[in-house]
Write a protein that binds this ligand. Sequence first.
Ligand code: NAD
Length: 392
Amino acid sequence: MIIGVPKESYPGERRVALVPVVIPNLTKAGFAVVVESGAGAAGGYPDALYSDKGAKVLPDRAAVFAQADIIVQVLCYGSNDITGKADLPLMRRGQALIGFLRPLGSVEVIQQIAQTGVSSFAVELMPRTTRAQNMDALSSMATLCGYKAVLLAGVTLPKIFPMLTTAAGTITPARVFVIGAGVAGLQAIATARRLGAVVSAYDMRPAAKEQVQSLGGRFVELPIEAKNAQDVRGYGTAQDESFYAKQRELLGRAVAESDVVITTAVIPGKKAPVLITADMVKQMAAGSVIVDLAAERGGNCELTQAGKIVVEHDVRIIGQINLASEVPYHASQMYARNLTAFLTYMVKDAKLRLDSGDEIVRETLLTRDGEIVNPRVREFLALPELAGQGVK
Ligand code: NAD
Protein backbone atom coordinates (compact mmCIF):
# COMPACT_ATOMS: atom_id res chain seq x y z
CA MET A 1 0.00 0.00 0.00
CA ILE A 2 1.46 3.32 -1.09
CA ILE A 3 0.67 6.48 0.84
CA GLY A 4 0.98 9.70 -1.18
CA VAL A 5 1.71 13.10 0.34
CA PRO A 6 0.93 15.97 -2.05
CA LYS A 7 2.16 19.47 -1.29
CA GLU A 8 -0.59 21.50 0.39
CA SER A 9 -2.09 23.91 -2.11
CA TYR A 10 -4.24 26.23 0.04
CA PRO A 11 -2.70 29.73 -0.24
CA GLY A 12 -0.29 30.34 2.63
CA GLU A 13 -0.65 26.80 4.02
CA ARG A 14 2.69 25.69 5.44
CA ARG A 15 1.81 22.35 6.99
CA VAL A 16 2.40 18.93 5.47
CA ALA A 17 0.42 15.77 6.20
CA LEU A 18 3.36 13.48 7.04
CA VAL A 19 6.74 14.37 8.50
CA PRO A 20 9.88 12.25 7.99
CA VAL A 21 10.01 10.94 11.56
CA VAL A 22 6.78 8.89 11.18
CA ILE A 23 7.88 7.14 7.97
CA PRO A 24 9.72 4.24 9.67
CA ASN A 25 6.56 3.47 11.70
CA LEU A 26 4.50 3.41 8.52
CA THR A 27 7.07 1.25 6.74
CA LYS A 28 7.00 -1.19 9.62
CA ALA A 29 3.21 -1.40 9.28
CA GLY A 30 3.61 -2.35 5.60
CA PHE A 31 3.19 1.03 3.89
CA ALA A 32 5.48 2.75 1.40
CA VAL A 33 5.45 6.54 1.17
CA VAL A 34 5.73 8.85 -1.85
CA VAL A 35 6.02 12.60 -1.34
CA GLU A 36 5.61 15.48 -3.77
CA SER A 37 8.88 17.38 -3.99
CA GLY A 38 8.82 20.41 -1.70
CA ALA A 39 5.79 19.19 0.27
CA GLY A 40 7.46 19.66 3.65
CA ALA A 41 9.73 22.61 2.82
CA ALA A 42 7.57 25.37 4.31
CA GLY A 43 7.22 23.42 7.54
CA GLY A 44 10.94 22.83 7.98
CA TYR A 45 11.11 19.38 6.39
CA PRO A 46 13.23 19.39 3.20
CA ASP A 47 12.97 16.58 0.62
CA ALA A 48 16.27 15.04 1.75
CA LEU A 49 14.85 14.23 5.19
CA TYR A 50 12.04 12.24 3.56
CA SER A 51 14.46 10.35 1.32
CA ASP A 52 16.70 9.61 4.32
CA LYS A 53 13.77 7.89 6.02
CA GLY A 54 12.97 5.80 2.98
CA ALA A 55 10.26 7.81 1.22
CA LYS A 56 10.33 8.34 -2.54
CA VAL A 57 10.25 11.99 -3.56
CA LEU A 58 8.34 12.56 -6.81
CA PRO A 59 8.65 15.67 -8.93
CA ASP A 60 4.98 16.34 -9.55
CA ARG A 61 1.58 16.18 -7.92
CA ALA A 62 -0.10 14.09 -10.60
CA ALA A 63 2.52 11.36 -10.14
CA VAL A 64 1.82 11.27 -6.38
CA PHE A 65 -1.92 10.84 -6.98
CA ALA A 66 -1.29 8.25 -9.72
CA GLN A 67 1.03 6.07 -7.62
CA ALA A 68 -0.72 6.27 -4.25
CA ASP A 69 -3.41 3.96 -2.90
CA ILE A 70 -3.98 6.41 -0.06
CA ILE A 71 -3.67 10.18 -0.32
CA VAL A 72 -3.09 12.08 2.91
CA GLN A 73 -3.53 15.82 3.04
CA VAL A 74 -4.03 18.50 5.66
CA LEU A 75 -6.63 20.56 3.77
CA CYS A 76 -8.38 18.43 1.17
CA TYR A 77 -10.96 19.83 -1.20
CA GLY A 78 -13.84 20.58 1.14
CA SER A 79 -11.73 22.45 3.64
CA ASN A 80 -9.70 24.00 0.81
CA ASP A 81 -12.33 25.95 -1.12
CA ILE A 82 -9.75 28.02 -3.03
CA THR A 83 -7.51 25.55 -4.85
CA GLY A 84 -8.74 22.14 -3.67
CA LYS A 85 -11.01 21.50 -6.64
CA ALA A 86 -8.00 21.05 -8.92
CA ASP A 87 -7.32 17.70 -7.20
CA LEU A 88 -10.67 16.16 -8.18
CA PRO A 89 -9.53 14.91 -11.63
CA LEU A 90 -6.48 13.31 -10.00
CA MET A 91 -8.54 11.10 -7.69
CA ARG A 92 -9.78 7.69 -8.68
CA ARG A 93 -12.28 5.07 -7.64
CA GLY A 94 -11.15 2.91 -4.76
CA GLN A 95 -8.36 5.27 -3.74
CA ALA A 96 -8.47 6.43 -0.13
CA LEU A 97 -8.29 10.10 0.85
CA ILE A 98 -7.67 11.21 4.43
CA GLY A 99 -7.65 14.76 5.77
CA PHE A 100 -9.73 17.77 6.78
CA LEU A 101 -12.74 17.64 4.46
CA ARG A 102 -15.23 19.92 6.23
CA PRO A 103 -17.88 17.17 6.24
CA LEU A 104 -20.62 19.42 7.60
CA GLY A 105 -19.86 22.11 5.04
CA SER A 106 -21.17 22.22 1.49
CA VAL A 107 -23.22 19.25 0.30
CA GLU A 108 -22.29 20.00 -3.34
CA VAL A 109 -18.59 19.86 -2.59
CA ILE A 110 -18.84 16.59 -0.67
CA GLN A 111 -20.92 15.15 -3.49
CA GLN A 112 -18.20 16.13 -5.96
CA ILE A 113 -15.65 14.31 -3.83
CA ALA A 114 -17.96 11.29 -3.61
CA GLN A 115 -18.35 11.23 -7.40
CA THR A 116 -14.64 10.62 -7.88
CA GLY A 117 -15.23 7.26 -6.20
CA VAL A 118 -12.63 7.81 -3.48
CA SER A 119 -13.13 6.39 -0.01
CA SER A 120 -12.65 9.60 1.93
CA PHE A 121 -12.10 9.86 5.66
CA ALA A 122 -12.75 13.18 7.39
CA VAL A 123 -10.49 13.64 10.39
CA GLU A 124 -13.02 16.09 11.85
CA LEU A 125 -15.37 13.15 12.43
CA MET A 126 -12.95 11.23 14.64
CA PRO A 127 -14.91 9.94 17.64
CA ARG A 128 -13.88 11.44 20.96
CA THR A 129 -13.10 8.21 22.66
CA THR A 130 -10.06 7.12 24.61
CA ARG A 131 -9.19 4.69 21.80
CA ALA A 132 -9.17 7.44 19.18
CA GLN A 133 -7.48 10.11 21.27
CA ASN A 134 -4.12 9.78 19.50
CA MET A 135 -5.88 10.14 16.12
CA ASP A 136 -7.71 13.35 17.05
CA ALA A 137 -6.31 15.95 14.65
CA LEU A 138 -8.96 18.52 15.52
CA SER A 139 -7.69 18.63 19.10
CA SER A 140 -4.05 18.79 17.97
CA MET A 141 -4.73 21.79 15.77
CA ALA A 142 -6.98 23.47 18.35
CA THR A 143 -4.18 23.25 20.93
CA LEU A 144 -1.81 25.09 18.60
CA CYS A 145 -4.44 27.70 17.70
CA GLY A 146 -4.98 28.46 21.38
CA TYR A 147 -1.25 28.90 21.91
CA LYS A 148 -0.76 31.05 18.84
CA ALA A 149 -3.78 33.25 19.64
CA VAL A 150 -2.12 34.31 22.88
CA LEU A 151 1.16 35.11 21.13
CA LEU A 152 -0.70 37.21 18.55
CA ALA A 153 -2.47 39.08 21.32
CA GLY A 154 0.85 39.54 23.11
CA VAL A 155 2.58 41.20 20.18
CA THR A 156 -0.43 43.38 19.39
CA LEU A 157 -1.28 44.64 22.88
CA PRO A 158 0.53 47.87 23.79
CA LYS A 159 1.15 46.38 27.24
CA ILE A 160 3.23 43.48 28.50
CA PHE A 161 1.59 40.43 30.08
CA PRO A 162 3.49 39.89 33.35
CA MET A 163 3.56 41.90 36.52
CA LEU A 164 6.94 43.58 36.94
CA THR A 165 8.32 45.24 40.01
CA THR A 166 11.17 47.46 38.89
CA ALA A 167 13.04 50.56 39.97
CA ALA A 168 10.79 52.39 37.54
CA GLY A 169 7.73 51.28 39.43
CA THR A 170 5.34 48.36 39.35
CA ILE A 171 3.58 47.20 36.22
CA THR A 172 0.28 45.44 36.75
CA PRO A 173 -0.30 42.21 34.81
CA ALA A 174 -2.48 42.13 31.71
CA ARG A 175 -5.99 40.70 32.08
CA VAL A 176 -6.86 38.01 29.58
CA PHE A 177 -10.40 36.68 29.24
CA VAL A 178 -11.03 33.47 27.31
CA ILE A 179 -14.54 32.71 26.07
CA GLY A 180 -15.01 29.03 25.26
CA ALA A 181 -12.83 26.69 27.32
CA GLY A 182 -12.53 23.72 24.96
CA VAL A 183 -9.19 22.46 23.72
CA ALA A 184 -8.10 25.79 22.17
CA GLY A 185 -9.41 27.84 25.07
CA LEU A 186 -7.65 25.71 27.67
CA GLN A 187 -4.34 26.01 25.82
CA ALA A 188 -4.87 29.78 25.57
CA ILE A 189 -5.41 29.92 29.33
CA ALA A 190 -2.25 27.92 30.01
CA THR A 191 -0.16 30.00 27.60
CA ALA A 192 -1.40 33.36 28.90
CA ARG A 193 -0.72 32.21 32.46
CA ARG A 194 2.83 31.20 31.54
CA LEU A 195 3.37 34.70 30.16
CA GLY A 196 2.24 36.14 33.47
CA ALA A 197 -1.24 37.42 32.65
CA VAL A 198 -4.16 37.24 35.04
CA VAL A 199 -6.56 34.90 33.26
CA SER A 200 -10.28 34.34 33.54
CA ALA A 201 -12.47 32.18 31.34
CA TYR A 202 -16.07 31.29 30.65
CA ASP A 203 -17.78 28.38 28.96
CA MET A 204 -21.44 27.42 28.86
CA ARG A 205 -20.50 23.81 29.66
CA PRO A 206 -20.38 23.55 33.47
CA ALA A 207 -17.74 20.78 33.13
CA ALA A 208 -15.26 23.40 31.94
CA LYS A 209 -15.13 25.14 35.33
CA GLU A 210 -12.84 22.64 36.97
CA GLN A 211 -10.52 22.51 33.95
CA VAL A 212 -10.18 26.30 33.89
CA GLN A 213 -9.42 26.37 37.59
CA SER A 214 -6.89 23.56 37.35
CA LEU A 215 -4.90 25.75 34.93
CA GLY A 216 -4.94 28.65 37.36
CA GLY A 217 -7.67 30.58 35.59
CA ARG A 218 -10.66 32.18 37.31
CA PHE A 219 -13.95 30.77 36.05
CA VAL A 220 -16.50 33.46 35.28
CA GLU A 221 -19.92 32.19 36.31
CA LEU A 222 -22.96 33.64 34.61
CA PRO A 223 -26.43 33.25 36.13
CA ILE A 224 -27.78 31.41 33.08
CA GLU A 225 -27.83 27.77 32.28
CA ALA A 226 -27.55 26.29 28.80
CA LYS A 227 -29.99 23.52 27.87
CA ASN A 228 -28.08 20.24 27.37
CA ALA A 229 -24.88 22.29 27.14
CA GLN A 230 -22.83 19.34 25.91
CA ASP A 231 -23.63 16.64 23.36
CA VAL A 232 -22.59 12.98 23.63
CA ARG A 233 -19.26 13.70 21.96
CA GLY A 234 -18.43 16.52 24.39
CA TYR A 235 -19.13 19.37 21.95
CA GLY A 236 -21.14 22.42 22.95
CA THR A 237 -24.69 22.46 21.59
CA ALA A 238 -26.51 25.24 19.73
CA GLN A 239 -28.70 27.41 21.95
CA ASP A 240 -31.55 29.73 21.00
CA GLU A 241 -31.06 33.42 20.27
CA SER A 242 -32.54 34.49 23.62
CA PHE A 243 -29.78 32.54 25.38
CA TYR A 244 -27.10 34.28 23.34
CA ALA A 245 -28.72 37.67 23.97
CA LYS A 246 -28.61 37.02 27.70
CA GLN A 247 -25.00 35.86 27.44
CA ARG A 248 -23.98 39.06 25.66
CA GLU A 249 -25.65 41.12 28.35
CA LEU A 250 -23.89 39.24 31.14
CA LEU A 251 -20.49 39.04 29.44
CA GLY A 252 -20.30 42.83 28.91
CA ARG A 253 -18.54 43.59 32.17
CA ALA A 254 -15.93 40.85 31.95
CA VAL A 255 -15.14 41.90 28.37
CA ALA A 256 -14.89 45.59 29.27
CA GLU A 257 -12.46 44.87 32.10
CA SER A 258 -10.09 42.82 29.93
CA ASP A 259 -7.01 43.87 27.97
CA VAL A 260 -7.26 40.77 25.79
CA VAL A 261 -10.27 38.65 24.91
CA ILE A 262 -9.76 35.35 23.12
CA THR A 263 -12.91 33.78 21.78
CA THR A 264 -13.20 30.13 20.73
CA ALA A 265 -16.93 29.40 21.04
CA VAL A 266 -18.06 27.21 18.16
CA ILE A 267 -20.75 24.63 17.50
CA PRO A 268 -20.01 21.86 14.96
CA GLY A 269 -21.58 22.62 11.59
CA LYS A 270 -23.21 25.86 12.75
CA LYS A 271 -22.34 29.52 12.46
CA ALA A 272 -20.51 30.65 15.59
CA PRO A 273 -22.67 32.55 18.11
CA VAL A 274 -22.09 36.30 18.39
CA LEU A 275 -21.08 36.86 22.00
CA ILE A 276 -19.39 40.27 21.68
CA THR A 277 -21.31 43.10 20.06
CA ALA A 278 -19.91 46.33 18.62
CA ASP A 279 -21.26 48.09 21.70
CA MET A 280 -19.33 45.77 23.98
CA VAL A 281 -16.16 46.50 22.00
CA LYS A 282 -16.78 50.21 22.56
CA GLN A 283 -16.69 49.66 26.32
CA MET A 284 -13.17 48.19 26.16
CA ALA A 285 -10.11 50.34 26.90
CA ALA A 286 -8.21 51.81 23.94
CA GLY A 287 -5.47 49.44 22.81
CA SER A 288 -7.31 46.28 23.86
CA VAL A 289 -7.18 43.23 21.63
CA ILE A 290 -9.70 40.57 20.65
CA VAL A 291 -8.44 37.41 18.96
CA ASP A 292 -11.44 35.67 17.43
CA LEU A 293 -10.60 32.01 16.81
CA ALA A 294 -14.14 31.51 15.54
CA ALA A 295 -13.49 33.98 12.68
CA GLU A 296 -13.69 31.36 9.94
CA ARG A 297 -17.05 30.19 11.29
CA GLY A 298 -18.60 33.66 11.27
CA GLY A 299 -16.89 35.02 14.38
CA ASN A 300 -17.82 35.41 18.05
CA CYS A 301 -17.43 39.17 17.75
CA GLU A 302 -19.86 41.15 15.63
CA LEU A 303 -16.99 43.20 14.14
CA THR A 304 -14.73 40.30 13.19
CA GLN A 305 -13.75 39.90 9.56
CA ALA A 306 -12.22 36.54 8.67
CA GLY A 307 -8.58 36.86 7.68
CA LYS A 308 -8.36 40.53 8.66
CA ILE A 309 -7.46 42.81 11.55
CA VAL A 310 -10.23 45.31 12.17
CA VAL A 311 -9.63 48.39 14.31
CA GLU A 312 -12.77 49.87 15.88
CA HIS A 313 -13.00 52.16 18.91
CA ASP A 314 -9.20 51.75 19.23
CA VAL A 315 -9.64 48.02 19.79
CA ARG A 316 -7.91 45.55 17.46
CA ILE A 317 -10.05 42.59 16.46
CA ILE A 318 -7.89 39.87 14.95
CA GLY A 319 -9.78 37.49 12.68
CA GLN A 320 -6.78 35.64 11.30
CA ILE A 321 -7.67 32.15 10.10
CA ASN A 322 -5.70 28.93 9.81
CA LEU A 323 -3.50 29.74 12.79
CA ALA A 324 -2.14 26.21 13.12
CA SER A 325 -0.39 26.77 9.80
CA GLU A 326 1.62 29.53 11.53
CA VAL A 327 3.45 26.89 13.57
CA PRO A 328 3.89 24.44 10.69
CA TYR A 329 6.75 22.39 12.15
CA HIS A 330 4.87 21.20 15.19
CA ALA A 331 1.44 21.31 13.57
CA SER A 332 2.71 18.92 10.88
CA GLN A 333 4.38 16.73 13.47
CA MET A 334 1.22 16.41 15.54
CA TYR A 335 -0.97 15.89 12.49
CA ALA A 336 1.42 13.26 11.09
CA ARG A 337 1.34 11.37 14.39
CA ASN A 338 -2.46 11.49 14.42
CA LEU A 339 -2.58 10.16 10.85
CA THR A 340 0.00 7.47 11.55
CA ALA A 341 -2.03 6.23 14.51
CA PHE A 342 -5.14 6.20 12.28
CA LEU A 343 -3.44 4.44 9.35
CA THR A 344 -1.75 1.77 11.44
CA TYR A 345 -5.04 1.18 13.24
CA MET A 346 -6.91 0.69 9.96
CA VAL A 347 -4.45 -1.49 8.07
CA LYS A 348 -4.85 -5.23 8.08
CA ASP A 349 -3.22 -7.73 5.70
CA ALA A 350 -1.88 -4.85 3.58
CA LYS A 351 -5.39 -3.41 3.07
CA LEU A 352 -7.40 -0.66 4.71
CA ARG A 353 -10.10 -2.30 6.74
CA LEU A 354 -13.38 -0.56 5.82
CA ASP A 355 -15.32 -2.36 8.49
CA SER A 356 -18.65 -0.80 9.47
CA GLY A 357 -18.51 -2.69 12.75
CA ASP A 358 -15.59 -0.54 13.83
CA GLU A 359 -16.60 2.76 15.42
CA ILE A 360 -13.55 4.72 14.27
CA VAL A 361 -13.92 3.58 10.65
CA ARG A 362 -17.70 4.00 10.59
CA GLU A 363 -17.65 7.51 12.03
CA THR A 364 -14.83 8.91 9.90
CA LEU A 365 -15.69 7.36 6.53
CA LEU A 366 -17.40 10.12 4.56
CA THR A 367 -17.69 8.87 0.98
CA ARG A 368 -17.35 5.51 -0.74
CA ASP A 369 -18.20 4.05 -4.15
CA GLY A 370 -19.63 7.36 -5.35
CA GLU A 371 -21.90 8.04 -2.35
CA ILE A 372 -21.82 10.07 0.84
CA VAL A 373 -22.04 7.11 3.22
CA ASN A 374 -21.66 8.69 6.64
CA PRO A 375 -25.03 8.43 8.43
CA ARG A 376 -24.41 11.43 10.70
CA VAL A 377 -23.38 13.61 7.76
CA ARG A 378 -26.32 12.46 5.64
CA GLU A 379 -28.68 13.35 8.44
CA PHE A 380 -27.01 16.73 8.98
CA LEU A 381 -27.14 17.55 5.26
CA ALA A 382 -30.78 16.38 5.11
CA LEU A 383 -29.99 13.61 2.62
CA PRO A 384 -32.25 10.54 2.62
CA GLU A 385 -31.02 7.46 4.42
CA LEU A 386 -29.06 5.11 2.17
CA ALA A 387 -30.48 1.66 1.50
CA GLY A 388 -28.57 -0.67 3.83
CA GLN A 389 -27.04 2.40 5.44
CA GLY A 390 -23.44 2.07 6.47
CA VAL A 391 -20.35 0.60 4.98
CA LYS A 392 -19.98 -2.88 3.63
P1 NAD B 1 -15.21 23.28 20.35
O1 NAD B 1 -14.00 23.69 19.59
O2 NAD B 1 -16.30 22.62 19.61
O3 NAD B 1 -15.82 24.57 21.07
C1 NAD B 1 -15.06 25.37 21.91
C2 NAD B 1 -15.76 25.65 23.20
O4 NAD B 1 -16.75 26.66 23.01
C3 NAD B 1 -16.48 24.46 23.83
O5 NAD B 1 -15.94 24.24 25.10
C4 NAD B 1 -17.94 24.90 23.87
O6 NAD B 1 -18.61 24.45 25.02
C5 NAD B 1 -17.78 26.41 23.91
N1 NAD B 1 -18.99 27.14 23.51
C6 NAD B 1 -19.80 26.94 22.44
N2 NAD B 1 -20.81 27.84 22.44
C7 NAD B 1 -20.64 28.62 23.53
C8 NAD B 1 -21.35 29.71 24.08
N3 NAD B 1 -22.46 30.19 23.50
N4 NAD B 1 -20.89 30.26 25.23
C9 NAD B 1 -19.79 29.78 25.83
N5 NAD B 1 -19.07 28.75 25.37
C10 NAD B 1 -19.50 28.18 24.23
O7 NAD B 1 -14.82 22.40 21.60
P2 NAD B 1 -13.58 21.44 21.78
O8 NAD B 1 -12.36 22.22 21.93
O9 NAD B 1 -13.61 20.47 20.68
O10 NAD B 1 -13.84 20.72 23.19
C11 NAD B 1 -15.08 20.43 23.74
C12 NAD B 1 -14.90 19.40 24.88
O11 NAD B 1 -14.55 18.14 24.38
C13 NAD B 1 -13.82 19.76 25.89
O12 NAD B 1 -14.29 19.47 27.17
C14 NAD B 1 -12.69 18.84 25.55
O13 NAD B 1 -11.86 18.58 26.66
C15 NAD B 1 -13.45 17.61 25.11
N6 NAD B 1 -12.62 16.74 24.26
C16 NAD B 1 -12.56 15.41 24.52
C17 NAD B 1 -11.78 14.57 23.74
C18 NAD B 1 -11.70 13.10 24.01
O14 NAD B 1 -12.32 12.64 24.92
N7 NAD B 1 -10.96 12.35 23.25
C19 NAD B 1 -11.06 15.09 22.67
C20 NAD B 1 -11.17 16.46 22.41
C21 NAD B 1 -11.95 17.28 23.21
